[in-house]
Design a protein around this ligand. Sequence first.
Ligand SMILES: NC(=O)c1ccc[n+]([C@@H]2O[C@H](COP(=O)([O-])OP(=O)(O)OC[C@H]3O[C@@H](n4cnc5c(N)ncnc54)[C@H](O)[C@@H]3O)[C@@H](O)[C@H]2O)c1
Length: 384
Amino acid sequence: MTKTLKFGIIGGGLMGREFASAAARWCHLLESDLRPELIAVCDTNPAIHTWYTGNFPTVAKTTADYRELLAMPEIDAVYCAVPHNLHAEIYTAVIRAGKHLMGEKPFGIDKAANDQITQAIRENPDVIVRCSSEFPFYPAVQAIGKMIDEHRFGRIIEVETGFLHSSDLDPNKPINWKRMIEFNGEYGCMGDLGIHACHIPFRAGWYPKNVRAILRKLVTERPDGKGGKVPCKTWDNATLFCEAADPAAPDDIFPLTVKTFRIAPGEKDTWTVRILGTETSAFFSTKNPRRLEVLEYGGGAKQNWEQIDMGYDTAFKTITGGIFEFGFPDAILQMWASFLYEIEHGEPKNRFAGCVTPDEAAASHRLFTAALESQKTGQTVSLT
Ligand SMILES: NC(=O)c1ccc[n+]([C@@H]2O[C@H](COP(=O)([O-])OP(=O)(O)OC[C@H]3O[C@@H](n4cnc5c(N)ncnc54)[C@H](O)[C@@H]3O)[C@@H](O)[C@H]2O)c1
């Protein structure tokens, strides 16, 4: 018999609705023994409430005050998807209310905010807290994770990860909260995209030892949507050059490059990982969402990149047949399956089928804070 975990959403915008939609098609999952049920929604914009009450008869409460939602004893878990300036206040309140929390990245607007969240987690060890990151659930990335587990790469030559958008290429696009420092934070594009790009290297244990960052502000003012222009102060693009090592070979330092671009011509929503190794290399990009590229080096001059159609080979089995395509809403559903799996079983189904942990989120804050320092000084900043 499937058990039910009663959920409240705080922040019912773009990502809140992605979760609600995933919860509505939980029947897609074949093996889940815990099911989310959405019973309350908090958003300061009341126009959003009607989408939830119109689509989810289980939503018994809508409110503009998250404290009212947290006071509901029947709520077991909360998904919080609000602007970054509110993360510390609301995440700590959720944790201290004893509710399990899936919080959105960057998990605090800056390192001080992230430290406050870490403190609340320490005080409440029974609460399961994770940070959202869905891209590792693409079947090709699950396959790369298995290759990492099986030590298939040999000596790591180089690792590059990235999350590239072209959403801000148009200088006439009006500003919104994601381009305002007071809501989005000093990290800019790193706060928005960085945890996504760090998830696989961090989960593999490839933590940066240092960083030399090159950050760009390419569009310095934007339309305000009211006929005028306002300064746009957030970083658009970030390239983080790091040194890292595999825990199994701590002295074998390799370059790890993490790119987060909001202005990357030709890229709509491209999440990539490329691992070059002496024995095997692998590449995946959401540009070709079903394709895994692998190069097995067997000696001599021959080097063939093999292109493998991955189909729908997911960590959490679904009704979709194995030959079909996998996409963004599927990754969201898999990520939520993994969150509920971790609540039920206390650990991820496999190492790379787990949401970002608070420790990994904290490591990303150390990296992005060091990157800001590196940009300011032009120096390489140590992280050890
Ligand atoms: N995982 C992903 O792929 C992904 C994608 C986009 C955004 N995000 C993250 O999700 C979070 C939200 O982003 P979004 O794109 O959904 O933004 P959004 O602007 O679409 O939604 C945010 C919602 O929060 C509401 N809100 C603001 N203040 C509030 C308050 N005090 N109490 C309750 N609700 C409040 C707003 O009215 C809005 O509806 C951010 O942390 C962002 O970085 C994650």
